[in-house]
Structures are given as structure tokens and as C-alpha cells.
Design a protein around this ligand. Structure first.
Ligand code: NAP
Length: 445
């Protein structure tokens, strides 16, 4: 494959897209990475919690395509608006979509649309400084907040709400988010978990630090379940989680400013409020053969902020088929499949391909699989009408699209680091779209 002039477009500059780009580049393929935002890194930038600073160091590996290979970045270019799928087909031998799962799954209970109820994607993107959510202004005035779900996203949200502004000062959150969190009156954060302690999706490495927070006590409401669970038949991860919970269950609260409550066997059935949410009504569950069985017993939890962290589905891409039930693009090993046949030269990777599961590292093998099938298929691909990058640049310029190239992103990157140094942080994100573009497109002497 080396020395060929194959050209592939990767749509989405998050971890899955950049891992795919890396594998394709290693085979000498020319890759353009197109993202609707002016900044790369997708979920690493807009999904990893701000206080997970070490986890963000994966960026050092993700940026390699742009420093070492024939990869070009086209930021602030939205497929479906600025360029169409057909334009991509006209410029590339193959197109790999890696646009993730950005749509919050809904609980489907009454009151879910009240003000003060947010999906986790929305809330996380807000505190991560995503340009679409800078004006979210979430309600943080009530002492009680409810987070629904027992996955790592629910834990991230609970932790961010529980930490003091001083603890978050050295992260990359914007001054505006930091100020909102500083003014937050949230004191009790209730995690509503529909199953028992042996079925949580938290990873042990994420659960443990919740018990060591300087600003929050952890309170386990297990109704005696922890005493009766037999850990022998459980997976290692679940056993470790149970061990962690058992060390917390009898630990008296230390009177820290905030409290995180783990409430098991509770499903929200309704949210109440007059315009804005003020209460979550939850039903107690029992489990029979692993199935949730509601008991009819209800509990009311006052809360002025509710975040549902119950998973995501992909945003539909107009030109591609969609599996509504799974919330993904149907595919076989990354080859997009429609009515039982592969759609020629169109591929998916990451959450768009497999659904919202796994950690950042999972994308490496997943993207390698997609890249492998792209490479296998290239020699049979249709030759593009305009097989040169310059043509795409002219097309974008002709449509008035202010696209950001890698050097533009590096300007924005440097500006964020400069802003951070004034607050003792590694960086502070520039969040407003116009400001991002102003910095990234600024002409340097
Ligand atoms: P997740 O791990 O799938 O957890 C979703 C949670 O929502 C589960 O506890 C699920 O309960 C619950 N849920 C689903 N539908 C519900 C309903 N109708 N009512 C009540 N609860 C409901 O998803 P996630 O937390 O969004 O995370 C997505 C992926 O990103 C995961 O692979 C996660 O590990 C990863 N991630 C990793 C990190 C990290 O490594 N630091 C951080 C964030 C995210 P059931 O189990 O009963 O279905």
C-alpha cells in the first residue's frame, strides 16, 4: 500500500477517528480529518471530566498523525452543511465516519422535559466548554441534585458537582463554568441506581476515588444488600466494587460540605415541578433472575437539578442507514451495511460503529479493524473526481467556510495554555465558537 495515492476522509477528530487515521497513515495513505469544531480530540476534550487531567495526556498520541504523517485537519467544517456526503465521495477513495454518539438517551418518564433536567451529554459538554453549550446556565441553586445511572459518566458528574471550585481551578474549565460551580448551592447529590450493588457499571478505578473526596462524604443506602451479596460468582470488577462499598457502608460521615448518596434499586418514574423540576419520584425495585421488578413502593426526592446519565445514541447521518434500536450505523467490522449489502467505500468506527461502550483505549483495536477493511477494499474503490486536497480547500473557500487547519489549531492550543498559566491551570478552554475561530484563523506575522 505504501507510496500509493489513496485518499481517505475521516469525519470526526475524536479518539476513534484519530486512531483510524493513524493506522491508515502507517500504510502510506493520505488522510484528511474533518471535524465540525475548530478543535480536535472530540470526547477527550469534550467528554473526559476536567479533573481527569492524566487521562487527557492521551492527546500526545492522538496528535501524531498531524506531526508525523500526510494528515491534514479541516476543523469547523460540518458534513451535511458545509460539505455533503457526495462532496466527500467526489474527493476521496473512502470515507470513514467517526462522529460518536452525542444524543442523550431519554428515560421516557413524565416531567423529563422540565427545566433543570439535563441529559448527561448536555451537562458534560457544558462543563467541558463545548461551543454548543456555553449558554446552558444550569440550575445549581437547589441543595439537592439527582443523577440517574450507575456508569462512569454518572460518577464523573457527581464528582464534578461534589468538588469545590478551588479543586477545579487548576483544570481546563472556562472561567464562566468555574464561576457557576463556585456559586453552586448543591449539597446533596443522589445517584439513583436501578439495580443492586453487584450490577453497577462503574469501573473500580473510577469508583474508589469518590470515597476519598476532600469536599464530600459518601453515603451508601444499600438497605442491607451488601451484607447478603455473595461475591464468589461475580466478575472481578464487580467484586472490587463491592469491596469498596463495604468499606464505606459503616463509615460515619465526616461533615464535609457535600454528600454523595448511592441509592440502589431505585428507578425514576416521574419528575415533578411547575416549569422547573423540584422532585424526582422513584420506585423501589427488586430483582428476579437479574430482571428489574418494580415493587410499587415510591420515594420522593426533592431536587432542583436532575441529570440522566443513562447512555447515548448516535446522531443520524443523512446519507447513511441507521439502526434505530441500537442507535448506531449498521456495519460489519466497520463496513457500512444497507439492506444486507456493504455500501461501497463508506465506513464507521468508534461509538458510531459499536455504541457507547468501552474506554478511550478501546478505540485503538476498534479503529484498527475498520482501517484494515478500508485498506482491503481500497484497490476496488471508485476513483474520486477530484483527488487533490487543493480542490477541497477551494470548494470550502468558495462556500465561505472558515476552516481551521492544524497550524490554526496550534494557535488556539497555545492561546489556551497562555490563559491557563494565569490561573495555575495547564490550559483554559476557549469555548465560544467565534472566539475559537478568531484565535485559530488569526494571521501571524
Ligand atoms: P454506561 O456505562 O452504559 O452506564 C449507563 C447506566 O445507565 C447504567 O447504570 C444503566 O443501568 C443505567 N440506565 C440505562 N437506562 C436506564 C433507565 N431507563 N433507568 C435507569 N438507569 C438506566 O454508560 P455511561 O456512563 O454513559 O458511559 C459510556 C461509556 O463511557 C462506558 O463504557 C464508560 O465506561 C465510558 N466512560 C469511561 C470513563 C472513564 O474511564 N473514566 C468516564 C466516562 C465514561 P443498567 O446497568 O441497569 O442498564
Amino acid at each position: 500500500m505504501r507510496g500509493s495515492t489513496w485518499r481517505v476522509a475521516v469525519i470526526g477528530a475524536g479518539p476513534s477517528g484519530l486512531c483510524a487515521a493513524q493506522t491508515l497513515l502507517a500504510e502510506g495513505i493520505s488522510v484528511d480529518v474533518i471535524d465540525r469544531l475548530a478543535a480536535p480530540y472530540g470526547l477527550v476534550r469534550y467528554g473526559v471530566a476536567p479533573d481527569h487531567i492524566k487521562m487527557k495526556s492521551v492527546i500526545r498520541a492522538l496528535r501524531e498523525p498531524f506531526t508525523q504523517g500526510d494528515a491534514h485537519f479541516f476543523g469547523n467544517v460540518m458534513v451535511g452543511r458545509d460539505v455533503l456526503h457526495q462532496d466527500l465521495r467526489d474527493h476521496y477513495h473512502a470515507v470513514v465516519y467517526a462522529t460518536g454518539s452525542s444524543v442523550d438517551r431519554s428515560l421516557g418518564v413524565p416531567g423529563e422535559n422540565l427545566d433543570g433536567v439535563y441529559g448527561s451529554g448536555e451537562f458534560v459538554r457544558w462543563y467541558c466548554g463545548h461551543p454548543d453549550l456555553v449558554d446552558l446556565d444550569p440550575s445549581l441553586d437547589d441543595p439537592n441534585a439527582v443523577v440517574v445511572g450507575a456508569g462512569n459518566v454518572a460518577l464523573d458528574i457527581a464528582r464534578v458537582l461534589a468538588k469545590s471550585a478551588e479543586e477545579l481551578r487548576t483544570t481546563d474549565v472556562t472561567d464562566r463554568v468555574l464561576s457557576d460551580l463556585r456559586m453552586s448551592r448543591v449539597r446533596d447529590i443522589h445517584l439513583l441506581i436501578r439495580r443492586g450493588p453487584d450490577a453497577m457499571k462503574f469501573t473500580p478505578q473510577e469508583l474508589r476515588p469518590i470515597g476519598e473526596l476532600a469536599n464530600a462524604d459518601i453515603i451508601v443506602h444499600d438497605g442491607g444488600l451488601l451484607d447478603v451479596i455473595d461475591v464468589d460468582g461475580l466478575e472481578r470488577r464487580q467484586r472490587q466494587n463491592i469491596e469498596t462499598l463495604r468499606t464505606w457502608v459503616d463509615r460515619p460521615p465526616e461533615g464535609k460540605p457535600r454528600r454523595i448518596h448511592l441509592r440502589f434499586l431505585r428507578s425514576p418514574i416521574r419528575m415533578e415541578g411547575d416549569g422547573s423540576v423540584n422532585c424526582v419520584v422513584a420506585e423501589e425495585n427488586t430483582l428476579k433472575n437479574g430482571q428489574i421488578v418494580p415493587t410499587g413502593q415510591v420515594e420522593r426526592i426533592d431536587a432542583g437539578l436532575v441529570i440522566t446519565a443513562i447512555g447515548y445514541e448516535a446522531e443520524r447521518i443523512n446519507a447513511l442507514p441507521f439502526d434505530e434500536a441500537a442507535g448506531i450505523v449498521p456495519n460489519e467490522a466497520g463496513r457500512v451495511v444497507s439492506a444486507g449489502s456493504a455500501v461501497p467505500d463508506v465506513y464507521v468506527t468508534g461509538w458510531l460503529k459499536r455504541g457507547p461502550s468501552g474506554v478511550i483505549g478501546t478505540n485503538k483495536s476498534d479503529a484498527a479493524e475498520t482501517a484494515r477493511v478500508v485498506i482491503e477494499d481500497l484497490s476496488a474503490s471508485r476513483a474520486p473526481k477530484y483527488p487533490d486536497r487543493e480542490h477541497l480547500r477551494k470548494l470550502l473557500a468558495g462556500r465561505g467556510v472558515r476552516y481551521v487547519d492544524w497550524s490554526g489549531w496550534l494557535q488556539l492550543d497555545a492561546e489556551e495554555e497562555r490563559l491557563g498559566s494565569a490561573r495555575g491551570a495547564e490550559r483554559i478552554k476557549v469555548a465560544e465558537r467565534a472566539s475559537m475561530l478568531d484565535v485559530a484563523c488569526r494571521r501571524t506575522a
